[in-house]
Each structure stands twice: as C-alpha cells, then as structure tokens.
Design a binder for this molecule. Structure first.
Ligand code: GLN
Length: 476
C-alpha cells in the first residue's frame, strides 16, 4: 500500500481498520512535500511539528475505538483561513507575520473531526486572482505541467491535493476560486451555498460572495471534507441555521429522472473546442445514466462578469479598510499617523490596489447609484434567472472554465483576460446557488478539463450525487 496514493476515504478506512497509522500517513505526506514542493510551491507554511503531534494523538484515539469523521487524516488549509498560533497571510505582505489568536470555525471543525493539519497553502493576495500569480510570496505551479498555473485563487490547495501533498484541502470561492483551480488540476472542487458554512475567521474579501469550499481527488473525498466543516455558528450571522444533511450517505450514484439543464449562453464563442467537446460528452454520459437533458436559458449571463467586478471590488474596498498597520500585521512608520497608514497600505500588491480603487470609485458619492446600485439590481435579475430555471431542472451543467490551464505569465499583465477566467463560475456566487467542478477528461496537451454542476441553494447533495454518478461511470 503506497500511503500517499490512497484517497482520503481509503486512508480513513485503513486507519479505522488499523492497517496503517496517522503518524505513518503524516510522515509520508511531509516527506513528499519536502521532495516535491520546491518545484510546486503549493505551501506557504508547513505545520509539521503540530501535524505530527495531532497524528500521534489521533492514533491513540483510533486505538481507543474513537471514530470521528476525519480522525488521523492529513489535510491542508488555504492561507486566508485563520489558524491559532500559525501565521496566516492571505498571500499579502500586509499580513506578513500575523499570527491569529484563534481558529476559524472551519479549522475548529477540522480539529473536532480529528484531522491533521499539514500546513497553509498559497493563495492570490486576499483571494483576488485566478492563477496564484498575485500571491505576494510565491507562484504555485500546476502539477500536470509545471510551466502552467494551477488556477486560483486557491491554487496552492489545488496543487497540493493534485500532487499528493495532502489528502484534501480547504479553499475559498468568491467567484470561482475553488472550482476553477479544481478544473485546472483535475480535482473535484465544491463551492457550497452561501451561508452553508460559518465564515468566522475567514479573512473577508467580498462578504456577500465569500464561502469556504473543499478539494478532493474524488467526489467522496470532497464530500467527506465538506461534511466535516458544514454548519451554523452564532459568530457568523450570515451562516444558515439549517440542519446539515448526511451528504456522504446521499452519494448513491442513482440519477434516474434527474433533470439536467444545459444553458445555451454557456457554449459561446471563445470557449476552447476541446473543452466544449469534453463537456458535451460528459452531459451525454449523464443522459445515458438516466438523466433527462433540457435546453435552458439564463438570459442575463453576459452581465455576470461586469456585475461581479463592481460588487466584489466594492465590498473588498470596505473590507480591506481595516489594514492600517495599527491592528494587524506590520507597520511602516511615517512622519505622522496618516503618513504611516499610507506607507503601510503601500504594502498591498497591484491587483489589490486596483480593486480597492475600483471599489472605492464605484461606491463614491455621485457614482454609487450609477455603478454599485445598478450592479445590485442586475444581480437580482441574474438570481431570478436561476430561480426560474430551477423550477424546471434539478441541476445545471456547464463547462467550469473556457480553457484549460494557461501558462505562467500568459495573462498576468492583462487583467481583463484574467477576469474572463471566471465567466462560468461567477453566476453561482451572484445567485447564491451551489456549484462544483468534476474532472471530465483531458485536452490534447494532457491538461484536465472540468464539468461544472450547479444546484439550487442548499442542494449540495444533488450536485454531489450527480458528480458521483458521473465519476463512477467513467472511472477506469
Ligand atoms: N478570480 C476571481 C477574482 O479574482 C474570483 C476569486 C475568488 O473566488 N476568490 O475575484
């Protein structure tokens, strides 16, 4: 048994049956990280000592017959999620050296589930980006082709899981930052419904869009991690006080009669032919498995990109106002208080500055109604499109991204082409639906392609099961 090749669920079974130990699995992962991560740069911080202590404790609990959901399983956490006593930078120099005095809700959940935390993974600065090239520290490489990006902003988590440097990982998805890197790295990435998981301790980017999501190599792995972290928490007033279903039990693989909508607006000019072919073939497979395919229309799709790039920067400009060098992270001392704040805020990278400026402009007196106010109205129309469609279908199937992974440096000087990466993922966030990306083949260069499945609010079980049915049917 090669420990690093096991899936999360296989490892969980092996641990429960006493066939291996959490210490052995954790050591195997740490060795592999040391061997491979110099080339990939998926981790920003390794918590190896803490991980080995957690693994030892997990082995004792396993020996005592304890069976918490992730007991002894090594996972990784995106560096935008606060971890008690462990540096958390959000990929930014403005938080260099910041050590949170508490764990985010999702980290508390991981610990309660018995998981072992291997370290913190690279991210675009404040999760703004689609390639991890906006990280102030390192650029992560795609394990399928190291000249290419892993996607972003949760590219560190995606690369780590794809390369076998973690059994699963947490990311965040404000506009596609879990699904797009999952697609580029051949993983299953889930963006749950807004409010499904408390965001307490997740560094805020755009508060009406942010949500934690999960990466795994299989649907079952992604589901197991999601199951462990989902839930309400009074510390986050936007988290929904609704029961958390048994998602793992809902993976039956039976999708007979499932109504799958295919929106014509998502198969547009500019989409890579190989991506379109793979996605259409995957949709045909769903039909073969008993789903009913329905052509649908989401007429306001073309507005999603401009609406997102007004709302997200507007919210970011408000959220990032708190980084003034007084409360968190480093301080650059200037001639007086204002000068110190200015000099400290110059630590933000170019993409963050661009968004703060765009957002401040969109919110400023005289432009608020014209930009921000209008964007909110169009957002309502986009949401209504989804609500209408979900009266006719259970799931919407689309490509996750218009292309496969692009080369490092290819889009970095062209913000618009970088923003176009998100064209198929953003509407999910704007409409408060849930979505996932599941691998559906490769292009001629051998790069993974992703099928996006979208569900109505709180219908994660439906999309996970559809993805599971597909995965089982095509698995070699
Ligand atoms: N790529 C998008 C952006 O740059 C989405 C990022 C995200 O989901 N965090 O805003």
């Amino acid at each position: 048994m090669k420990l690093t090749e096991l899936t999360l669920t296989e490892l969980r079974t092996a641990l429960r049956q006493g066939e291996t130990s959490s210490v052995a699995a954790t050591e195997a992962m740490l060795d592999r990280i040391v061997a491979a991560d110099n080339n990939l740069q998926s981790y920003l911080t390794l918590t190896d000592e803490m991980a080995l202590e957690q693994a030892k404790a997990a082995d004792e609990r396993l020996a005592n017959g304890e069976r918490t959901p992730l007991l002894g399983v090594p996972v990784a956490v995106k560096d935008i999620i606060c971890t008690h006593g462990v540096p958390t930078t959000a990929g930014s120099k403005i938080l260099e050296g910041f050590v949170p005095p508490y764990d985010a809700f999702v980290v508390q959940q991981l610990k309660a589930a018995g998981a072992v935390i291997l370290g913190k993974t690279n991210t675009d600065e404040f999760a703004m980006g689609s390639s991890t090239e906006n990280s102030a520290y390192v650029t992560t490489h795609n394990p399928w082709d190291t000249e290419r990006v892993p996607g972003g902003s949760s590219g560190g988590s995606a690369a780590a899981v794809a390369a076998g440097l973690a059994y699963a990982a947490l990311g965040t998805d404000t506009g596609g930052s879990v699904r797009q890197p999952a697609s580029f790295c051949g993983l299953v990435g889930l963006r749950p419904t807004y409010g499904r998981i408390s965001r307490w301790g997740v560094i805020a980017f755009a508060s009406t869009l942010d949500q934690v999501g999960t990466f795994g190599r299989t649907v079952a792995d992604t589901t197991a991690l999601f199951q462990a972290i989902a839930g309400h928490d009074p510390n986050d007033s936007t988290s929904l006080d609704v029961p958390v279903p048994d998602f793992e039990a809902s993976l039956t693989g039976d999708i007979k009669g499932l109504r799958v909508g295919v929106p014509k607006e998502y198969f547009i000019e500019g989409i890579d032919v190989e991506v379109e072919t793979a996605v259409r073939t995957a949709i045909a497979k769903l039909e073969e498995l008993g789903a009913e395919i329905v052509e649908i229309s989401l007429p306001h799709t073309s507005y999603a990109l401009p609406v997102y790039y007004l709302i997200a920067p507007a919210e970011a400009s408000a959220n990032l106002a708190r980084y003034d060098g007084i409360r968190f992270g480093p301080r650059v001392t200037g001639s007086d208080m204002i000068d110190s704040v200015k000099k400290t805020r110059a630590l933000f990278g170019p993409e963050v500055k661009r968004r703060v400026m765009l957002g401040t402009y969109a919110l400023s007196a005289g432009y608020y109604d014209e930009y921000y106010g209008r964007a909110l109205k169009v957002r309502t129309l986009i949401k209504q499109d989804f609500l209408n469609v979900f009266e006719q279908v259970d799931v919407i199937a689309t490509p996750t991204t218009p292309t496969t992974a692009f080369k490092i440096g290819e889009n970095v000087d062209d913000p618009l082409s970088m923003y176009l990466q998100d064209i198929f993922t953003l509407p999910v966030n704007l409409s408060a639906s849930c979505g996932l990306s599941v691998p559906c083949g490769f292009d001629k260069k051998g790069l993974p392609i992703g099928l996006q499945l979208i569900g109505n609010a709180l219908q994660e079980a439906t999309i996970l099961n559809a993805a599971y049915a597909y995965e089982q049917a095509v698995k070699s």
